[in-house]
Design a protein around this ligand. Structure first.
Ligand code: T4K
Length: 395
């Protein structure tokens, strides 16, 4: 039953459901909430007049300052995207050999930046509730080659930062958080991006907060921010001094302008997503086999994603069958994060990638489904999606 790929309700019932609930337009897992075009145009005029397109321009400066203020942290370095920010985070801490412990339940970028820094990823199992690294599984993976831990706040849910920090302190390891999903999240009333040594945000177009492409690296000291800023600009400290093997990770003025406009909209975006999340929770509360992500205490959430787990036996249909059937209704969900990074051909030979070491991650990757959630999604559409998910349940 759990491997069933077909919708378990009869075809005639499914066709009737489709006639009633099929959405007129495709609804994707996410859409960016666009700022007013006139306002972006005003920024374009400023850029045109200044002829300053990139390399630490005025808008970049303003965005970095206002972003730090909004996020409640002191040291923000803007990047062209989150992946390069992660790559530079490792270089900033001089981690470019050995092993780093990370989660397999993440976007490929997390594991790939390790590989690109010549580091062996060591995959560690996850916690069933938070879907983040399970601290209880970390310690036995630490060996003489271990340099750092790279946890991910998956779907914006904070990792167990206290437990992870105490393991890192005991073993003298760095902690670099992939906080790509955690824009604006607070834990015990502090920004989650303060945790660990460094944190990386992503501002990709699919993210809660976007600068088209973009990202930021959050550091703790003046000296570290300077090193990061040099590293993202080829290592240049001044016109004639290169402090190290840097890269081009700079954010340009067009991205910064877009980011500045997003800052004016982000609180409304989060508030609307919160409302939609509540509607989903209500609408799916009684659905057998649809397990909604549990709230974690002391967290001010950002409502970046709405993941559910489909229990094929209870729901009567597998996650994959539901994913396929929803398309007939014009509902385009995503299986974030399936397959696991440990299942990619480039990593399967690693001993830590063995499925027997990752039972929770393996199980979650087979049942997780992210339903559409974004600021311009309307409440009726969420009600319809719930009605379809309920209607397709075989029990
Ligand atoms: N670490 C983690 C944990 C991450 O999740 C990510 C990125 C990173 C690191 C790396 O950060 P960046 O280097 O990307 O800054 C998307 C994003 O490309 C990726 O940024 C993101 N995670 C990941 C979770 O999602 P795809 O392959 O699912 O994107 P795509 O093109 O299929 O888009 C999904 C849906 O979004 C589309 O069906 C429609 C909508 N969309 C997309 C784009 C690009 C739009 O409406 N407009 C758009 O411009 O990866």
């Amino acid at each position: 039953m759990s491997e069933a790929r077909e919708s378990a309700i009869p075809n005639s019932e499914r066709a009737a459901l489709c006639r009633r609930y099929r959405l007129p337009e495709p609804v994707r897992v996410t859409r960016p909430t666009m700022p007013p075009l006139e306002k972006y145009h005003e920024y374009l005029e400023t850029i045109w007049a200044s002829k300053w397109l990139t390399n630490n321009g005025k808008l970049h400066e303003e965005f970095e300052r206002r972003l730090a203020q909004y996020l409640g942290v002191e040291y923000v370095s803007l990047f062209c995207n989150g992946t390069i920010a992660l790559l530079v985070a490792l270089q900033a801490r001089r981690i470019n050999e050995g092993e780093v412990i990370t989660t397999p339940f993440t976007f490929p970028a997390t594991a790939h930046v390790l590989y690109w820094n010549r580091i062996r990823p060591v995959f560690c199992d996850i916690d069933e509730t938070t879907l983040n690294l399970n601290p209880a599984c970390i310690e036995h993976l630490i060996g003489p080659e271990t340099k750092a831990i790279m946890p991910v706040h998956v779907f914006g849910t904070p990792c167990d930062i206290e437990a992870i920090q105490s393991i890192a302190d005991r073993h003298g390891l760095d902690v670099i958080y992939d906080a790509a999903h955690a824009f604006g999240v607070r834990y015990k009333n502090r920004p989650i991006i303060e945790a660990g040594d460094l944190s990386v945000l992503s501002f990709h177009a699919t993210k809660l907060f976007t600068s088209i492409e973009g990202g930021a690296l959050i550091s703790k000291t003046d000296a570290e921010k300077s090193r990061i800023d040099f590293l993202k600009n080829f290592g240049f400290a001044d016109e004639e001094t290169v402090i190290g093997p840097g890269i081009n990770g700079k954010m340009n003025e067009f991205q910064a302008a877009y980011g500045l406009l997003q800052l004016d909209m982000i609180d409304d975006e989060i508030a609307h997503r919160r409302k939609l999340t509540e509607l989903y929770r209500e609408g799916l509360a009684q659905t057998p086999g649809i397990k909604v992500h549990q709230e974690v205490p002391d967290v001010q959430r950002n409502y970046a994603y709405f993941p559910v787990c489909v229990d094929a036996d209870e729901y009567g249909t597998s996650r994959d069958a539901l994913y396929d059937t929803l398309k007939e209704f014009n509902i385009f969900t995503r299986k974030y994060f399936y397959p696991l990074c440990s299942q990619f051909p480039c990593y399967t030979a690693l001993p830590s990638a063995d499925a027997r070491n990752l039972p929770v991650a393996e199980r979650v990757a087979k049942c997780v489904l992210c339903l559409p959630l974004y600021g311009t999604l309307n409440e009726d559409t969420v009600r319809t999606i719930c009605a379809v998910v309920n209607g397709l349940c075989a029990h």
